[in-house]
Design a protein around this ligand. Sequence first.
Ligand SMILES: [Zn+2]
Length: 148
Amino acid sequence: METKKLTYRIIEEDCPVPVAKARRCFLQAMEFWSEADPRLVFVEADKARSNLTFIWEPHPRHPEKIARCINSGKNHWFLAFDPRNKWAAGAIKRFFGMGDCLRLIAAHEIGHALGLVHSDSTDSVMHPEPINLNLDQRDRRAYESKHG
Ligand SMILES: [Zn+2]
């Protein structure tokens, strides 16, 4: 089985929640994808160059967008999260009224970096406003068509 290594960096500047919690959410979001595709391996980059860079930055034009995935060159994506948004970064699974689940939104943005587009299924992590950390059949087919 051929592994697909993706390196990542987590930038702590402007992180609005305790850094260790944000970090755990990002790691759990990456784990979600390595469970979906066991060939995927996420490795923390020791240099400036990485495939995925998690940053805290508001959207410059659309303040209502709490997170985005920006392709910035070959095999590099910024996963940007709005530091002004209310984020839930605790260990519990559901966060009614406690803010947007950082783990869930991070998993959604990583999905974009992996080439997935939005799904209209509320059962999919790729729904524009995801509520479930889950891939449906259509996501899996879309993923497989891109990654074999
Ligand atoms: Zn999206």
